[in-house]
Each structure stands twice: as structure tokens, then as C-alpha cells.
Design a protein around this ligand. Structure first.
Ligand SMILES: NC(=O)c1ccc[n+]([C@@H]2O[C@H](COP(=O)([O-])OP(=O)(O)OC[C@H]3O[C@@H](n4cnc5c(N)ncnc54)[C@H](OP(=O)(O)O)[C@@H]3O)[C@@H](O)[C@H]2O)c1
Length: 271
């Protein structure tokens, strides 16, 4: 699954490192990777053993990347993106993971000729189980889209959307989603402790039950609803719990309100 292109990663924090680790582990880029990261130190250099520079000015002037990934915080994009204007050409695609920064915004800094992909990954990319959704502007070629798909698949699964505004919904579901599942695990763990289990066993039960259920939902062809019904015998323990979780003020209503709040905040942050 080699991407035979030169890659420049801008920003190597939490997400940058997660992506880079996936690309290198899967042998996507061989020696053709450069990283701009002001905090680059020996630890980072030793971990990845590729070319790090602290600023764009330190790059080899002859280096012409075909893929440039922006993995810096949204609030610094105004200052950072214009530094890469000189790389705009049809053979180069810009892939941004910055929350709330639209392709129109990136075009305003890189010109309308730039090939731009906006994506929303999630934290589970760090363990190769991420979910990324991406949107491309009309300048992106089929080959550039295919390469971006390969890169994002190196850290999990990928979906594409044709309407950019859906990214706010994606942010509310899979972008913020890991936190919802962590909360569920936390709640289950706390309940287990209150019911008398020791803290280690309580955490183990909560985590393994979550990952086992999620793995089952992925691997079988049955819907999550069917799987739930299968473990709910009439008059049994699961039914007793679900009567509370699925009551009129239950989880479905709460989850819907939570997701709508996240989608609204995503829109506000983009403005
Ligand atoms: N974390 C998530 O779960 C998640 C999920 C989806 C999308 N995202 C997006 O991913 C992006 C990165 O998030 P993150 O959590 O990885 O942030 P992060 O850990 O703060 O990483 C950003 C990195 O960029 C570096 N940087 C700052 N200025 C730079 C420059 N001029 N050139 C190159 N690098 C520079 C930062 O260094 P300094 O610390 O020195 O500033 C930092 O190491 C954000 O836009 C965020 O919206 C994150």
C-alpha cells in the first residue's frame, strides 16, 4: 500500500504523531517524509527516525511535496497556512485535519487553485482504530483522493461526504464521540465500584464489555438493535436495566440533545 509521493507534515502533536505512526508502520512513504514541528526534539526524532525541521524556512529549497498535511491547532492556521503558499500547484494536495476550518477558508489563504481536502479524524487514530470523514474541493484529482484515502485508512476507517456542512454532524458523532464512550465506561466503572467490586476489576469489566460489544457490532451482520434484543430476555436482568436506560428521559433523548449541542458548537467555532 505504498504512496509513491513526497509528504510534508506540518504539526506533530497528538494527532500528527498518531497519523505519522500509522503511515510509517504501514510503510506508506518510505524515506519521502518531512515534518515541520517547532517542538521537534531528540525523543521525536528517535521515535520516528525521519526528517524533522523546526520551521518551514529550514526545509531543503528543492523539496517539492505532493502532499502537505496540516495538523496544527485551528487558532494558529491564519499564521501558518500562508507560509505554504509557494507549494501550491496542481500536483500538490493540502490535507487539513483542523476542526472548523473550511475549504473556502483554506482557499482564501492558498488561492482557489489549491487542491484541498478537509478531514475530521478522531482520537482513536492513535490506536489505528480511528474514524475519519473527508471532503474535497473540486481541484482534487482522483489520484489525490485515492492517496488521501490510503493515508487515512492507515489509522482506521474513512468515509467521504459531498456536502461540506455535514462535517459539523461528523464532528458531533465521531470527532467528539470517543469522549461519549469514555464517559459510558466511567459511569459503568463507578457503578461497579458502588456495587462492591474492587476498582481494578470494575474498570476491566467496563472496558472489556465496551470493546467486546463494539467488536461484535462490527463483526456481525446484525444491527445493534438486533444484538441488544438478543441479550434482553423477557423479565430478565438486562430488561430491568433497559427499562430505565430507554425510559422517556433515557439515553436516546440525552444522546440526541448532546449530539445537537456538539453540532451547534462546531458551527459556532467555524464562524
Ligand atoms: N485531538 C483530537 O482528538 C482531534 C480530533 C480531530 C481533529 N483534530 C485537529 O487536529 C489538529 C491538531 O490537534 P492536536 O490535538 O494534535 O494538537 P496539538 O497536540 O497541540 O498539536 C499541534 C502541534 O502543532 C505544532 N505547531 C505549532 N505551530 C507550528 C508551526 N508553525 N509549524 C508546525 N507545527 C506547529 C504544535 O507545537 P506547539 O505546542 O509548540 O504549539 C503542536 O506540537 C487540530 O487542528 C485539531 O482541530 C484533533
Amino acid at each position: 500500500m505504498v504512496v509513491d509521493q513526497k509528504l510534508l507534515l506540518v504539526g506533530c502533536g497528538k494527532m500528527g504523531q498518531a497519523l505519522l505512526a500509522g503511515w510509517l508502520k504501514n510503510g506508506l512513504f518510505e524515506d519521502n517524509v518531512w515534518v515541520v514541528e517547532p517542538l521537534a526534539d531528540n525523543n521525536l526524532q528517535n521515535r520516528f527516525n525521519i526528517n524533522f525541521v523546526k520551521s518551514v524556512d529550514s526545509l531543503d529549497p528543492n523539496f517539492q511535496p505532493e502532499i502537505i498535511v496540516f495538523a496544527v491547532k485551528p487558532q494558529v492556521m491564519d499564521n501558518i497556512v500562508p507560509l505554504y503558499l509557494r507549494f501550491v500547484r496542481s500536483q500538490t494536495v493540502f490535507l487539513s485535519i483542523a476542526a472548523g476550518k473550511s475549504t473556502k477558508y483554506l482557499e482564501s489563504l492558498l488561492t482557489e487553485n489549491a487542491s484541498i481536502i478537509r478531514s475530521m479524524p478522531n482520537l482513536a487514530a492513535a490506536v489505528g482504530q480511528g474514524m475519519t470523514v473527508a471532503y474535497k474541493n473540486s481541484n482534487v484529482s482522483k489520484e489525490q483522493k485515492a492517496n488521501a484515502t490510503k493515508m487515512l485508512e492507515a489509522v482506521g476507517e474513512v468515509g467521504w461526504i459531498k456536502k461540506e456542512s455535514l462535517i459539523d454532524c461528523v464532528t458531533a458523532i465521531s470527532g467528539s464521540g470517543p469522549a461519549y464512550f469514555f464517559l459510558l465506561i466511567e459511569c459503568l466503572e463507578k457503578s461497579a465500584i458502588e456495587l462492591g467490586l474492587n476498582s481494578d476489576l470494575a474498570r476491566q469489566l467496563a472496558i472489556v464489555t465496551a470493546s467486546g460489544s463494539s467488536e461484535m457490532a462490527r463483526k456481525t451482520s446484525e444491527s445493534p438493535e438486533m444484538l441488544r434484543k438478543k441479550v434482553t430476555s423477557p423479565g430478565g436482568t438486562t430488561e430491568a436495566a433497559l427499562e430505565i436506560l430507554m425510559g422517556s428521559h433515557g439515553l436516546e433523548k440525552l444522546m440526541k440533545a448532546a449530539v445537537i449541542a456538539a453540532q451547534k458548537r462546531s458551527r459556532e467555532l467555524a464562524e
